[in-house]
Design a protein around this ligand. Structure first.
Ligand code: F0G
Length: 356
C-alpha cells in the first residue's frame, strides 16, 4: 500500500523516528507511455508522462509539502506561510489542515486558477490576494518569515526540495534506471532543482547508472533564465509559471549545465496547442503550465534536437513531467475549445448531429 513518500523513501530523506508524518499518501504517480508523442519523436524514442496531477491536491507540490509540514510540526511550528501562483497554496492549505496548524498564503490577485483558489479557501487557509505579482508576494513572505515565528514553506525551504526529489526516485524505480531525457516546466525553478538532486543521489548510491539530460521550459513572457535577466512584469496564460525572478535560479542553471541540457522558452500559443494535443491525442488532462513540457518536446522535435538519437540503435526514454492536473484551471480548458451545442431533446436532432 502506498503510504506516501516519507515512509517509502525515509532512508533518503532528512527524517528520524521522531518526525511526525503528515501525509495524504502522495507520490506513486503513474508514468504513462505516450504512443502518439513517441511516434512524433521517431523510431528510437519512447515518451513517458509522469502524471503529477494525480497527487492528492492535484500537483507535484504535495511531495515537498508533506516533508515541509512534517518537519515544521517536528520543530513545533504553529504557523506556516507561502507565496503562490496557486498550487503551493493549495497543497500547503491541505497539509496544514491535516496537521492542525495555521496557514497563510499570499497570492497575486486575479492571477491564479480557480481550482487552486478554491482549494486554499476550502482547506481554511488565510488567503491574502496582493495587488502585485508572485515575485513581490515571495519577497514579502521572505521578510515576514525572517522576522516572525512563521515557517516559510516555499521551495526556499530545503525540505520542499528534499520531498520533491522523490519523483526522480520513482522514475528510476519504474525503469530500473534513469531516463535519457527529462522535459520539465520551469517557474520558480525548485522542481528542476529537486529532480536533478534526486537523480544525482540515486546514481551516487548505485541505484541508477546514468543521469538524464535536463530540458527545462519557461513561458515566453516569463523566461528570466532564458533571457539571463529578471522579468519585471511576467505574463503568460500558464499562470503557475508566471514568475520573473525564480528563487532557485542558480541551481536550475546548474542542473541545465551539469546535465548538458538546456532551458528554453515556449510561447503561449505553443503551450495551448500542446495542452489540447495532450488531452486529445493522449487522453491526459494537465494544466497549461504542465503542457509547457509537451510544447517543449514539440519544439525540440521541430528543431531537430532528437535527430542525433534517431541515427543510433539504442532506444531512448524521454520523460515529460506533467506537474498539475487540468481540472485546476477549468476556465482555460473551456476557453480554448468550442462550447457544447444546445439542441432540442429530440432523437432525430441528436442522430443528425452525430452523423447517423
Ligand atoms: N507547474 C505547475 C503546475 C506549478 O504549479 C509550478 C509552480 C511549476 C510547474 C513550476 O515549478 O516553480 O518548481 O519551477 N508553482 C508554484 C506555486 C510557483 O506557487 O504553486 P517550479
Amino acid at each position: 500500500m502506498n503510504q506516501g513518500i516519507i515512509k517509502k523513501y525515509a532512508k533518503l530523506l532528512p527524517v528520524s523516528a521522531k518526525t511526525p508524518i503528515i501525509t495524504l499518501n502522495e507520490g506513486n504517480t503513474p508514468l504513462i507511455h505516450a504512443g502518439y508523442l513517441s511516434s512524433l519523436v521517431g523510431k528510437n524514442a519512447e515518451v513517458y508522462l509522469k502524471y503529477e496531477g494525480l497527487n492528492p491536491t492535484g500537483s507535484f507540490k504535495d511531495r515537498g509539502m508533506t516533508l515541509a509540514i512534517s518537519k515544521a510540526c517536528e520543530a513545533k511550528a504553529t504557523a506556516v506561510m507561502c507565496a503562490s501562483t496557486g498550487n503551493t497554496s493549495a497543497s500547503a492549505a491541505a497539509y496544514t489542515a491535516r496537521a492542525g496548524i495555521k496557514c497563510v498564503v499570499l497570492i497575486p490577485s486575479g492571477a491564479i486558477a480557480l481550482g487552486k483558489l478554491s482549494q486554499a479557501l476550502i482547506h481554511g487557509a488565510k488567503v491574502l490576494a496582493i495587488k502585485g505579482n508572485f515575485d513581490e508576494a515571495l519577497d514579502l513572505v521572505k521578510e515576514i518569515t525572517a522576522h516572525y515565528a512563521i515557517t516559510l514553506v516555499n521551495s526556499l525551504n530545503p525540505y520542499r526540495i528534499e520531498g520533491q526529489k522523490t519523483a526522480s526516485f520513482e522514475i528510476c524505480d519504474c525503469f530500473g534506471d534513469a531516463p535519457d531525457f527529462q522535459i520539465i516546466p520551469v517557474g520558480n525553478a525548485g522542481n528542476i532543482t529537486a529532480y536533478w538532486k534526486g537523480y544525482k543521489e540515486y546514481r551516487a548510491l548505485g541505484l541508477s547508472t546514468k543521469l538524464p539530460v535536463m530540458l527545462g521550459f519557461q513561458a515566453q513572457g516569463a523566461a528570466p533564465i532564458v533571457k539571463n535577466k529578471p522579468v519585471k512584469n511576467p505574463h503568460t496564460i500558464a499562470t503557475a509559471i508566471r514568475i520573473g525572478n525564480p528563487a532557485s535560479w542558480k541551481t536550475a542553471v546548474e542542473a541545465r549545465d551539469e546535465s548538458k541540457g538546456l532551458i528554453d522558452l515556449v510561447s503561449d500559443q505553443e503551450i495551448l496547442t500542446a495542452y489540447k494535443l495532450l488531452a486529445q491525442k493522449e487522453g491526459v488532462f494537465a494544466e497549461p503550465a504542465s503542457a509547457a513540457s509537451i510544447a517543449g518536446l514539440l519544439k525540440l522535435i521541430t528543431g531537430g534536437y532528437f535527430k542525433k538519437i534517431n541515427n543510433t540503435r539504442k532506444k531512448y526514454k524521454i520523460v515529460c513531467i506533467l506537474t498539475g492536473h487540468g481540472l485546476k484551471d477549468p476556465e482555460r480548458a473551456i476557453k480554448c475549445v468550442k462550447p457544447p451545442k444546445i439542441i432540442k431533446p429530440d432523437l432525430k436532432t441528436i442522430l443528425k448531429e452525430i452523423g447517423y
